[in-house]
Design a protein around this ligand. Structure first.
Ligand SMILES: *Cc1c(COP(=O)(O)O)cnc(C)c1O
Length: 233
């Protein structure tokens, strides 16, 4: 099976899991994580129907976004201050903001580029020491900071679940969805209206994430790696 077919199969399955969970398939966006593949693989995914792509390095983000400007590009990697203008120049949505100093730099870079940058706040729901992101209790504070920045718009939350553990993944996704609901209920109406994103779920655990309310799943290997073995939760 080629990339084109693998994307189509993932898209069909996402729709199926949505319907089984009583959700509208149109509510879930599939970000094809192309960080391990080159431009030709991106082209094949586009042919299969992919229009959102995720990259974790600013250079590959810039390169591929320039080659495929009609697609939507997402930055899902670790943010480094000095690369923020490059990221802001190419990314429609930044999934991985969790530091105040980066929020301020994104605001500056977006102002210079004449755009409002959409971001998600990354949350370390499971509390694993190896994972980056905000502790759940610290999210409100960064939301307040971002609320003061006129070129940053917070569109929701993102998390990475512990790998290979069904229960832990389930708890992390449910935890993120609950946190979003609580924060949203305390927001001004105009902010709440756009705080609608939940980016969670990868090749191994996206089904669990969709059931918990994900609006964005980030899928790499299940689309781009023909050796990926799908062992659904
Ligand atoms: C690599 C990556 C993914 C995709 O992971 P797969 O297991 O290949 O689906 C999703 N999100 C982030 C943040 C990543 O770095």
């Amino acid at each position: 099976m080629g990339i084109e077919q693998r994307f189509e199969r993932v898209a069909d399955e996402v729709a199926e899991v949505c319907r089984a969970a009583g959700r509208n398939p149109g509510e879930v966006r599939i970000v094809a994580v192309s960080k391990t593949v080159g431009p030709e693989a991106v082209r094949q995914a586009v042919t299969g129907g992919a229009h959102d792509f995720g990259e974790n390095r600013p250079d590959s983000l810039m390169e591929k976004a320039a080659l495929y400007p009609d697609e939507t590009w997402h930055f899902i990697g670790n943010i480094q201050s000095r690369r923020i203008p490059a990221i802001v120049g190419s990314a429609t949505l930044i999934h991985s903001l969790y530091e105040e100093r980066h929020a301020r730099k994104i605001d500056e870079a977006a102002a210079a580029a004449g755009k409002v940058q959409d971001v998600l706040l990354e949350v370390n729901v499971s509390g694993e020491a190896s994972k980056s992101g905000l502790a759940p209790d610290d999210v409100a504070k960064l939301l307040d900071v971002c609320g003061q920045l006129s070129h940053v718009r917070v569109r929701g939350l993102m998390t990475m679940a512990p790998r290979g553990e069904r229960c832990a993944a389930h708890d992390a996704f449910e935890g993120l969805a609950r946190l979003q609901a609580v924060l949203r209920s305390g927001m001004r109406a105009d902010r709440a209206a756009v705080f609608d994103g939940l980016s969670m779920g990868m090749s191994e655990d996206w089904r669990e994430a969709v059931r918990a309310g994900a609006t964005i799943v980030r899928i790499g290997r299940a689309i781009f790696d023909d050796a990926f073995e799908d062992v659904p939760f």
